[in-house]
Design a protein around this ligand. Sequence first.
Ligand SMILES: [Zn+2]
Length: 444
Amino acid sequence: MSSLIITNATLVNEGSITQSDVLIRNGRIEKIAPHISAEAEKVIDAKGRYLLPGMIDSHLHFREPGITQKGTIASESRAAVMGGITSFMEMPNTKPVAITRSILEDKFEIARQTSYANYSFYMGASNENLDEVRAVDPSNVCGVKVFMGSSTGNMLVDKAEILESIFKAAPLLIATHCEDTPMILENEAKAKAQFGEAVPYNQHGIIRSREACYKSSALAVSLAKRHDAPLHILHITTKEELDLFEAGHPRITGEACVHHLWFTDADYDRLGALIKCNPAIKTQADRDAIRAAVVDNRITTIGTDHAPHLWEEKQQTYFKSPGGLPLVQFAMPALLEMVHQGVFTLEQVVHKVAHAVADRYQMIDRGYIREGYWADLILVDMNQITEDVPEKVAYKCGWSPFNGTRFRGTICTTIVNGEVVYQDGETVHKKPAGQRLLFSAHRR
Ligand SMILES: [Zn+2]
């Protein structure tokens, strides 16, 4: 089997920065020591570069099966490894929606054949599939996704007694999208009366309002408390919601997404539909409060919510343009740029995108640079510029909301299960390197 030595690396791991060599054999980290003299098939001199655990993105949409004109597991996982993401957990709103174990297993099979990164898939909850949710194997499925009031076809869970049952009975982590639909519908009607079809995009954060976010997130937290359920509220967008979380709480946690840490409502006039997403990007005060909560640990993890749509779809008027933006390729560069800006330290970024995700999902042997763990690693040059220009965008949809941005920091190399899958601008590994993610079996 394969072996690889990374020499002269500057490791960023578990809150500290140290110089070391790393020996990888058969996909796992065998040894971490200052000078390793073992023989290996391949040697990478990492002088001047940081060695980080790869990002584990616990929140994204790859569109396969059924919506593959927007993206496939192959196309988007390739973009992900180019962006330093070595593992991902994908959402159930594909076609058909993943609300049975058999549909879910079909997705795992596609990923087994085509994914560049390690993978898991959420079971979707609906008003009708409680038995399927109960029967999920928590040792090899990342979580159950509950859309508590986002309009995603038949996956909206809006019956109070069903929500109670899910929080009572789900055998694993419950990840929620929290927005109150009746409040949003009312705001949409108001906007339509005022503007007609051509609602300006700067109204998006007012229509998908902060009150709608808070009401739904507060409900999720109260359900989790009542049933002592493990809850992870995805993509928090308002400063009020941050008060629902306690730093270090083991069971009620929140996620921030890269675009909510980067953009503000001042960007709508420039970018319009390109940054239309749900929940909406809100104000600078919200963005700054979420950044502070990442630092003080009220926010536990950072994800992307990568959600590609076609350029033509995004050129339509407000109500027709779908919510969501592609992010996996430039999420880590954006976070590295935020390190340069003094928003986060490199150690904090590593904690939020790797260690904390592995801990929250109780993943087995991933998310840290440790002997015995899988070698999911990235090499980063903090002095090299990543340019988001159209010819470099790897998404199937072909566009990026960061278009034209220059990020200080570049992902030079991505290693998945000990295999170099991406190096200096090219994906280099021929066969898919991703594996199914595994979790501790007792997750409730
Ligand atoms: Zn999402």
